[in-house]
Design a protein. Sequence first.
Length: 299
Amino acid sequence: MTDLNHQNGVISDEWRQEVEIPSQNWRRADNQAGSNFDYLEGEAGGFFASVEVAGFERRAYLKPGKSRENQHRLNIAQQKARAACEKIASDLAYELGLPVPPAVLSQRSDPQDQWCEEEVVLSLVMYPRQWSWAQVKGLHGGGGEASPKDAALEKAFAECTPMLAFDTWIGQRDHEYTRHNIVWGYEPGNLKRSRLVFLDFAYSLGSSGGEDFDGEWDEGGWQPVEAAGFPSLIEDCIDRDELEMAIARIEDLPEREIRTIVDRIPTNFLPPWRAENIKEGLLGRREELRSSLSGILSN
């Protein structure tokens, strides 16, 4: 049996190289039960898919999937470019070695109706057991002698520091009050190799929630750069030295790599004007990243 971490690594490498896969490479999974046991469909909607990748058959989550109800809302959804934002965030995270699932773009050949987006993204389900953040809060602590579960969670919390720098850089503000987009994943019987996985980057890179698209990163709108919010259980474990190193890795990422990650997204997934705004925002925010986190670094 192939080691799960090896599988995940092989798939991460392949999907980092791939931009888009044919719709024939995946199908809607027969079992739509969430691997975190309390799956709740988000604003974008979506479903679990079975994907053939690198010689393995794995589960992935496909989104967006909801009908936008009319042409106006569909146009707004296409400007938000959720699938493209997920792919860009995933590729950047890969370059930085961060716990974000590998993602790949695809097209839906069977949209629910004419107001569904055909452009979608598939994000790998990393572990056979994934507990949502709402469940993690209930699992953590409880008094008495620390259990292996508690020790594994503490280790997972401590490994999250670099994500604070990443979320701040890309303007991800959806992890602080989360219920479902941070999960604790592991293989049964292998808690020592568990980790927290960060999901859902549809509302980053200058896109946010709401009925309209306000183009947050238009015309320098990526400023000011403010520290991302995190759940208190993770904030309490922030390591200043690790944060310093994470900032340095982002600062050292070649500009051409950042531009290529954005530029290679097909225009039907990401309008050219959005691509330009995203590149400008990423490069500009990187210059201000260290100062935006200076208060945390100095504490």
